[in-house]
Design a binder for this molecule. Structure first.
Ligand code: HEC
Ligand code: HEC
Ligand code: HEC
Ligand code: HEC
Ligand code: HEC
Length: 158
């Protein structure tokens, strides 16, 4: 009778070991892209992510200020939309992996329609292209890299 459980016990043991080693030796949860292609009306921008994140030695948090406990950084557009319009109002509620993310902009996690006075002030949340221009050029002005009136085609393809 006892033997009947041996195979099962073995299988469970193998699974437990596999799960534990997967946990212990898993690659880091954060994986960053080598480059990011950004298509936009100013002309395509190819951002060399690896060069910026690895060769230049910046921290992830220097650019990804969305450190809200999720496994990997979120695309900037999750929070910085092209416009705070109807599309943003409905889409953004579904685009965060964790409810904690809501607290970046809301006083508490919204559970239903919001009264006017509970809506976040959009004044200090930059729209997408302002967020990019501000972050890219802000750092370039300080540390080197293209910025300023004549710099457009150093980032944008003609
Ligand atoms: C110099 C600024 C900068 C640094 C440093 C940086 N990133 Fe990024 N990262 C970006 C930008 C800009 C994007 C493009 C986001 C977008 O398209 O909305 C991006 C995109 C990503 C994406 C894809 C997000 C998505 O869903 O589209 C991941 C993942 C990522 N970065 C991880 C990292 C990690 C991990 C580090 C640290 C090792 C890091 N990044 C360092 C600027 C940076
Ligand atoms: C989880 C939401 C979220 C994500 C994702 C996010 N931001 Fe922001 N960002 C905000 C909010 C909210 C503000 C307004 C001020 C604040 O709360 O810090 C802001 C402010 C900014 C500002 C102006 C203030 C400053 O730090 O100079 C810039 C520039 C900016 N974001 C760029 C980016 C870029 C570029 C990315 C992608 C690499 C990004 N943000 C991703 C939420 C986000
Ligand atoms: C980057 C900032 C930001 C984050 C993060 C964020 N919100 Fe919002 N949310 C806003 C802004 C801004 C508005 C109001 C836009 C307007 O009406 O002017 C809004 C509006 C709303 C509304 C009202 C929608 C409507 O149609 O009237 C709900 C509900 C809501 N958010 C839920 C959430 C939930 C749930 C999360 C987290 C999963 C979240 N938000 C995360 C900025 C954010
Ligand atoms: C935190 C600082 C920082 C941020 C943010 C940053 N850069 Fe840079 N970038 C640099 C530095 C420093 C250089 C100069 C590197 C060199 O000359 O070796 C540079 C150089 C460049 C260059 C010219 C060299 C090359 O790689 O082709 C381009 C293009 C560029 N950055 C694009 C961008 C874009 C697009 C963004 C925003 C999405 C961005 N950078 C954000 C620091 C930054
Ligand atoms: C450091 C790199 C860099 C420089 C320099 C730069 N841009 Fe951009 N630009 C970007 C990035 C990144 C985006 C956002 C791409 C996206 O939204 O996917 C952008 C977006 C744009 C857009 C699209 C706006 C929209 O809402 O669709 C226009 C137009 C633009 N830039 C014009 C300019 C002009 C004009 C200059 C010169 C004065 C300039 N850019 C210099 C990186 C740069």
């Amino acid at each position: 009778m006892k033997n009947r459980y041996t195979p099962l016990t073995l299988i469970v043991a193998v699974l437990v070991i596999a799960a534990a080693s997967g946990f212990l030796f898993a690659p880091p949860a954060q994986e960053s892209p080598v480059r990011v292609v950004m298509d936009n009306s100013g002309g395509r921008v190819i951002f060399s992510h690896a060069k910026h994140a690895e060769d230049l030695g910046y921290d992830c948090a220097d650019c990804h200020h969305d450190n809200i406990g999720q496994d990997k950084p979120l695309a900037c557009a999750t929070c910085h939309p092209v416009a705070f319009d109807k599309k943003f109002r409905s889409e953004h509620q579904k685009n965060f992996p964790d409810k904690k993310a809501c607290l970046r902009c809301h006083d508490e996690v919204p559970t239903g329609p919001l009264a006017k006075e509970d809506r976040p002030d959009t004044e200090n949340i930059p729209l997408l292209s302002d967020a990019f221009h501000k972050q890219c050029m802000g750092c370039h002005e300080q540390d080197g890299g293209p910025y300023g009136a004549d710099s457009c085609y150093k980032c944008h393809a003609r």
